[in-house]
Design a protein. Structure first.
Length: 472
């Protein structure tokens, strides 16, 4: 159970598991795949798209899929400075090798502007995307060619998606970046896991780069078993907080793990939150009161299988409250934001409610963690929500994966825009059950460092992808 749950909470792992195991067939609303071959030289794909909404202001809601004949996934979503959206993930349909990093740019109405693929002969995955201070983009994830079996992979693009530089960081085993931020000094910080360095099987891995992608420092944090970091923020004091999971410390098999570092990466405190079974944190924010909130999953306190788990800590990491939200099946929270009304919104997926095997699951809480509403979005197969933002119009946007809709028979990137009430043409209101639970611990982990920085051969860049409109 421990190994399975640790694997399932990683970005994209369940999506790939679903794609490999569920019976799949062409869904409705299909359009023909893009004619852009994956062997073309670098260029930008534009799409006037027959479903373009008249230019009367941004649409308050839409539901769209982007992809090709094989597998595409959206793992990270941002609203860009022009009011549009950008998504990072991976593509198999248009890759130079097994998978390539995939970046999709949409306008404010969800119409396709351009796509980019970045990669080489093996596998490159994009897990986290930011828009940088120069208007460009940076993506962190993994590459299967580097110092070891897998390295942290960082890619920098300009505002038009043209490649500026790539870096790999790692050692002789497997290392991966799950969360990327631009730091107050103009550089970058990445959190994930390392198998190459540290005290146990996996350790939390934190990498600090300067503005040009040069390595400044690395840190490993963990114990004799497995720890990983899924989400990283820079705090108001200039330090860092990471949330993820731990098998070495805590009350049960796996606990939510929260690590606080100072500005130089030195350990200040750690916290574990959980019960006798399994809990892990996937998304972390610093809240308006100076504390922290984490979303993830719980089995110890769920109704039957796993429930969405939300944990609120104060500024020193002391437990304030926990909430569980779900039904009789499997729910997980993968992305958390604090909303403009002081409350919280979480996106992930649900197996208890909805139209198919899994549906995108969106949960809205008030400032005290009380449930306000939930929504499911999906079709007859399976959909997941990997990344959630609140948009400039007060609504919400989610990126993830869809099997039910799109250009191919496997996975497409799925982008859903909800209005401020959580409504859209493809969203359904649900009634979920709420609970709470969790024991707080303060373990002392081992601290280390390690990692070789390399500049890999210039990857091939290309583009591709068909936009499919689900509704309206």
């Amino acid at each position: 159970m421990k190994t399975l749950m640790k694997t399932l909470l990683k970005p994209l792992s369940l999506a790939l598991f679903i794609a490999a195991t569920l019976p799949m067939q062409n869904a409705c609303h299909q359009t023909s795949p893009s004619s852009n071959p994956p062997t073309q030289t670098a260029h930008t794909q534009t799409s006037p798209s027959s479903d373009t909404i008249p230019a009367t202001g941004p649409s308050s809601h839409f539901c769209k899929a982007i992809g090709g004949p094989s597998v595409e996934a959206g793992n990270s979503l941002i609203q860009t400075s022009d009011g549009g959206y950008a998504i990072a993930g991976f593509t198999s349909s248009f890759s130079a090798g097994i998978d390539d990093v995939y970046v999709v740019k949409l306008d404010a109405n969800g119409n396709l502007q351009w796509t980019k693929t970045i990669g080489g002969p093996e596998s490159e995955i994009g897990n986290s995307l930011i828009q940088t201070s120069d208007g460009g983009y940076a993506i962190a994830g993994s590459i299967s060619i580097g110092a070891g079996e897998k390295d942290v992979y960082v890619t920098k693009l300009d505002v038009n998606g043209n490649l500026q530089w790539t870096k790999t960081i790692g050692g002789p085993k497997g290392d991966e970046g799950y969360s990327l931020i631009q730091t107050s000094d103009g550089g970058y910080a990445i959190a994930g896991y390392t198998k190459s360095f540290g005290a146990g099987d996996w350790d939390v891995y934190v990498v600090k780069l300067d503005a040009n992608g040069n390595l400044q420092w690395t840190k490993t944090i963990g114990g004799p078993e497995t720890e990983w970091g899924n989400s990283l923020i820079q705090t108001s004091d200039g330090g860092y907080v990471i949330a993820g999971g731990t098998d070495s410390f805590g009350a049960g098999e796996t606990d939510v793990y929260v690590v606080k570092l100072d500005a130089n990466g030195n350990l200040q405190w750690t916290k574990t939150i959980g019960g006798e079974n399994w809990e892990a944190g996937h998304s972390l924010i610093q809240t308006s009161d100076g504390g922290y909130a984490i979303a993830g999953g719980t089995i110890s306190f769920g109704i039957r299988e796993s429930d969405v788990y939300v944990v609120k800590l104060d500024a020193k990491g002391n437990l304030q409250w926990t909430k569980t939200i779900g039904g009789p099946g499997y729910e997980i929270g993968l992305s958390l934001i604090q909303t403009s009304d002081g409350g919280y919104a979480i996106a992930g997926y649900t197996g208890s409610f909805g139209a198919g095997g899994h549906d995108v699951y969106v949960v809205k809480l008030d400032a005290n963690g009380n449930l306000q509403w939930t929504r499911t979005i999906g079709g007859p197969e399976s959909e997941e929500g990997h990344s959630l933002i609140q948009t400039s119009d007060g609504g919400y946007a989610i990126a993830g994966t869809t099997i039910s809709f799109g250009a191919g028979v496997l996975l497409d990137v799925y982008v859903v825009k909800l209005d401020k009430n959580g409504d859209a043409c493809c969203a359904v209101s649900q009634t979920s059950q709420v609970g709470s639970g969790g024991t707080l611990g303060s373990p002392t982990p081992s601290i280390g460092s390690g990692g070789t920085l390399t500049t890999p051969p210039t990857p091939r860049t290309s583009s591709g992808g068909t936009l499919t409109k689900q509704c309206p």
